[in-house]
Write a protein of this length. Sequence first.
Length: 165
Amino acid sequence: MANQRNQNNLAALQESLSGVDSFYVVNYQGLTAGQLSRLRKDLVAKGGRMIVAKNTLINLALQGQERDFSDILSGPSAIVIAQDDPAGVAKILSDASRGNDKGIPASKGGYLEGRKIDVAVITRLANLGSKDQLYAELVGVLGAHLSNFVGLLEALQEQKSGEAA
C-alpha cells in the first residue's frame, strides 16, 4: 500500500488537474532556485501554474483522467497548467528556455483542449503569441475591413445619387 503522503499528493494533483484541458509536461532540472521562482511568477501572470511531482504520481493522476503520458514521463518532470492562455504560457516556457544556455525548461509534450500534443505543436503555439495579442490583431484586421466596407458603401451611395440626378 502506498504511503499516506503519496496518497495525499496524488489526490491534490488529481484535484489540480480536474477540469484542466490544457497543460504541458516539462523538464525543469537545471534551473536555479531564482530562475524557477521567476518562471513560476511569469506563469502565474499568464494564468498558468507549475506543479512539480514524481513521475509516478503524475502518471497515476493523468491515467485516472484517461490521459496516458507514460511515454514522456522520464527524468524530472513538472506539469504546467495553461488553462486561460495556452499560447501565452507556451511563450513563457519558450522564452525561459532561450534565456539560459541549458535550454531549460524543456517541453516534453502536452495536452491542448482535449488532445495530446507534441513538442512541435508547443513550439508553434509559443510563436503565436498570447490570446490578447491575437485578439488585438483580429480587431485591427476587422477594423481595416470595416473601414474599406464603409468606403465602398459611400462610393455606391454617391454613384446612385449621381445616376438619379
